[in-house]
Ligand binder design. Structure first.
Ligand code: AMP
Length: 265
């Protein structure tokens, strides 16, 4: 990388709590347009009207940016939420998460992981063996930022997913976030489904299988969603949080698209 980038983060909230957030890593010339798009996104969110919108911008020196490849994408077709959650649980177990930890995390996300049964602003850290929650603030959790995909990677992904119904902002942002989480020290797997009432899909990621997407992990209309990052017991939480929050990662290549391997780099 020889061009400095800027990390841009948006967070919107109202009296009910967290509404939405977004983070990107872009060259300076994209900042003005992105500030406007992020503000509009905060104002038009299906979870409600924001009372505060915070947009923060930080310079990221080119020399600190790690270049990487996005995880492979597999879609597992499931008929409904019950079969989606059963398939996601099986995927977590396959990644090395204990049944206890998988069941606990699924139940916590389903019931609202923040105090009072709300959606969290960030992700839970979950011990992959005991299922114990490790994040120091259960309302905020850990929020991953300073990651994005390059324009070239985004164009290629867009072309390959065109017409599949999967070429969405949700998928792109989730893939980038999940890709960064997989690179973090101590991570075993991630579980996510959106808190956006209109978006029912979710995923499990692991190093061995990449990003495994399930079209139904929650009922349409529900605003309860969240993320769990499963960590190996004994993981240095300070180092993990520092990586997730501060290490800039730019994905400049995409992975394979399964099941048909329509594309493999
Ligand atoms: P979303 O996929 O944007 O609907 O987010 C679903 C849930 O994932 C949110 O309720 C948060 O708990 C969590 N989340 C969203 N963005 C991040 C992030 N950047 N880092 C960690 N957790 C996040």
């Amino acid at each position: 990388m020889n061009t400095d980038l800027f990390s841009i983060r948006m967070r919107a909230a109202n009296a009910d709590g967290h509404l939405c957030g977004a983070e990107q890593l872009v060259p300076v010339e994209q900042l003005p347009g992105l500030i406007v798009r992020m503000a509009k996104r905060a104002q038009n969110h299906s979870r409600g009207n924001p009372e505060t919108i915070r947009i923060s911008i930080d310079a990221v020196p080119a020399a600190t940016v790690h270049l990487a490849q996005l995880p492979d994408i597999t879609t597992v077709v499931v008929a409904d939420v019950a079969s989606g959650r059963a398939a996601a649980r099986a995927e977590l177990l396959r990644a090395g998460v204990s049944a206890l930890a998988a069941d606990r995390a699924i139940a916590i996300v389903a019931n609202g992981a923040a105090p009072g049964g709300q959606a969290m602003r960030g992700a839970m850290l979950v011990d992959a063996d005991s299922g114990e929650r490790l994040e120091s603030d259960p309302a905020r959790g850990v929020r991953v930022s300073r990651m994005d995909m390059s324009a070239t990677a985004a164009d290629l992904l867009g072309q390959l997913l065109k017409g599949s119904g999967r070429d969405t902002v949700h998928l792109r942002e989730a893939l980038v976030l999940a890709g960064k989480v997989l690179l973090a020290p101590g991570i075993v797997a991630e579980l996510c489904w959106s808190d956006d009432p209109d978006y029912t899909a979710g995923y499990v990621t692991s190093k061995a299988r990449g990003y495994v997407r399930f079209p139904h992990l929650k009922e349409r209309g529900s605003s309860l969603g969240g993320r769990a990052f499963f960590v190996r017991p004994g993981t240095d939480r300070a180092a993990l949080s520092a990586f997730l929050q501060r290490q800039p990662i730019l994905f400049e290549a995409i992975g394979c698209l399964h099941p048909d391997e329509a594309y493999c780099p």
